[in-house]
Design a protein. Structure first.
Length: 592
């Protein structure tokens, strides 16, 4: 979407349209001067920030900014603070100078743009709104609709026919034969379906909480419940009843590119049936406990009253308790400390959801045990072990525990631990965007080999936002809310490439997404008419990452050449990104 069409869509006045048309000659991700904002907007009571980016060698030294209404009236004027450069004097210098401005005192609902005067004339940001519960009310429905688009074994109207109706073959070490494992969601731009690495259980958990917490948003609540039930029905098929485990994944490799209904013949018992296995980069196990599935089933059982959901939740809870009691690591044998912490955090979520169903002493005792483990796993610097898909999971689980058990002795320890975590993150986020980096002095996921697997960090930022909103409510500390807002701002447009990473929202999105049903000319794949660029409404891609191992600078793939697929590292949509986005919106509005 270009700047001019965006301005027209937002109803911007003629004077601003002229500015928008002039700027349209520049690709927004390459503009010499960019006024970077959350392209959707902000809450009236929130801490509001603008970032002005002046790329080298532009000489402009902006000193002030103004916030103008859609009619051109100046609603606020403020000074810009010079924030300097990022990685100054190193090969990873971001090639720009940065200024920030604060307009938190502007609380009047409405449509606005931010203007800055430069040598080249008056420049304006993309439009944004100030409104109560803006993101929840304006974007939650599309965040849920993304899951509908990702359904497997289902004909998505106007997109693709029912696919993979022959899932799945069981390998010999699981007894051989065939089991009905149809349904669920494709987990990303490929067509796999994941359980143990968390994609499907996390989705059901987030959607069930959204259905429960969407007060006053009847359509959002209804669609969230429908999608949660769709995913839960697949999880029931994957569940090994009485064993406390599930099959891990249904996986067919990453090489297929084309319509999902053409991937297999959808006839059970033929040689192209997809099989149960585990994804690469993980232990070669094919069945394992799933504490997050227990949490998801329990969250849904509390609404639907489904006896089978509750039975599955309790059985999987027992399996996870037994597995962790035997120090069984099933997520990633290369990092057992993180794997055990993640499974423990997921089990704490299950404890809390099962306690909502029945105030059983067993669940209360186990929640204290898991909270104590998470507290002990906190590093001296206040952080917890994490990976690209789970920075916020442990602090979020701990915050939910302390909020549910405010008078227990561990609750005060949890509050102290979360204060230390917040303080450390505030220090780490001392950069122009107030984004929490991968590690101190390292913004983007590090890797050594250019051919290695690496991705952008939108799940990191969004899971951090979820945990920070929960911590803010628990600690009554507005700094946590402000820092969480900055993580959302980055994903929704206030980033160095000026791109809103929620498809069909904001004013400038990625032109193409890495998705198997898009057009791919060199493979003679035409793609789905109308969706040749892989653009799924409501999709959140992996996000910005580094372009090569030695350069810690922001990069995203804005290519439009259909002779090749856009890079998965930045443009592939994943289920977890939407899950953490939904959880963050709920926590921001106090509905968790």
């Amino acid at each position: 979407m270009n700047v001019l069409s965006s301005a027209l869509r937002w109803g911007v006045t003629a004077a601003l349209l002229l500015t928008a048309a002039a700027v349209a000659a520049e690709r927004p991700n390459e503009s010499p001067i960019a006024i970077l904002v959350n392209q959707l907007g902000c809450e009236p009571d929130g801490a509001k920030r603008v970032v002005v980016q002046v790329r080298d060698p532009a000489p402009d030294l902006p000193a002030s900014f103004r916030v103008v209404t859609s009619s051109g009236r100046v609603a606020f004027s403020g000074k810009l603070q010079l924030r300097g450069r990022v990685h100054n004097g190193t090969p990873s210098d971001w090639g720009a100078r940065y200024w920030t401005g604060d307009f938190s005192t502007l609380r009047t609902p409405g449509l606005y743009r931010i203007g800055v005067r430069a040598h080249s004339g008056d420049l304006f940001s993309f439009p944004f709104r100030i409104a109560k519960n803006l993101l929840l009310e304006k974007t939650a429905a599309d965040a849920v609709r993304f899951f509908f688009w990702q359904r497997c074994g289902f004909a998505v109207p106007g997109v693709h026919a029912a696919c993979h109706l022959d899932d799945a073959a069981l390998p010999e070490d699981l007894g051989g034969g065939h089991r009905d494992l149809t349904g669920g969601w494709h987990d990303a731009g490929d067509y796999s379906k994941n359980m143990i690495v968390g994609d499907t259980p996390l989705a059901v958990y987030a959607l069930a909480l959204l259905a429960r917490g969407s007060h006053g948003l009847a359509e959002v609540s209804r669609s969230a419940h429908q999608e949660a039930a769709w995913g839960a029905d697949f999880m029931l098929k994957m569940w090994l009843r009485g064993a406390g485990e599930t099959y891990c994944d249904v996986f067919s490799g990453l090489g297929y590119w084309g319509l999902p209904e053409k991937n297999t013949d959808s006839v059970s018992g033929t040689k192209d049936d997809r099989s149960v296995q585990f994804m690469p980069r993980a232990p070669r196990v094919k069945r394992a406990p799933s504490p997050l599935a227990a949490a998801a089933f329990a969250a849904l059982a509390g609404q639907a009253g489904g006896a089978r959901y509750r039975e599955a939740a309790e059985d999987l809870w027992r399996g996870a308790v037994d597995g962790l009691g035997r120090n069984k690591v099933w997520l990633n044998d290369e990092n057992p400390r993180y794997s055990t912490l993640r499974a423990t955090s997921e089990l704490l979520l299950a404890d809390l959801e099962l306690e909502r169903l029945a105030a059983s002493k067993a669940y209360g005792d186990d929640s204290r045990r898991r909270a104590a483990y998470i507290l002990a796993a906190q590093s001296a610097d206040g952080l917890w072990p994490a990976n690209v898909c789970g920075h916020g999971l442990s602090p979020a689980a701990l915050a939910l525990y302390a909020g549910s058990h405010p008078d227990e002795p561990l609750a005060e320890k949890a509050r102290a631990a979360l204060r230390a975590w917040l303080v450390r993150n505030l220090a780490l986020a001392e950069n122009p965007f107030n984004i929490t980096p991968w590690a101190e002095g390292v913004f983007f996921y590090p890797y050594e080999d250019p051919k290695a697997w690496y991705v952008g960090q939108n799940s990191q930022y969004l899971s951090q936002a979820w945990a920070l909103y929960l911590a803010s409510s628990l600690l009554h500390d507005s700094r946590a809310t402000a820092l969480a807002d900055r993580q959302l701002d980055w994903v929704l447009g206030a980033n160095p490439l000026n791109v809103c990473m929620l498809e069909e929202h904001g004013s400038f999105n990625f032109p193409r997404y890495h998705h198997a049903f898009m057009a791919y000319r060199s493979l003679n794949k035409p793609g789905i008419p109308g969706y040749e660029n892989g653009r799924i409404p409501g999709a959140i891609p992996n996000g910005l990452t580094r372009p090569k191992p030695e350069l810690d600078v922001p990069w995203g793939d804005f290519s439009e050449d259909q002779a090749r697929a856009p890079a998965y590292q930045s443009t592939e949509p994943w289920l977890p990104h939407n899950c953490y986005y939904i959880l963050a919106l709920l926590a921001r509005s106090g509905r968790s």
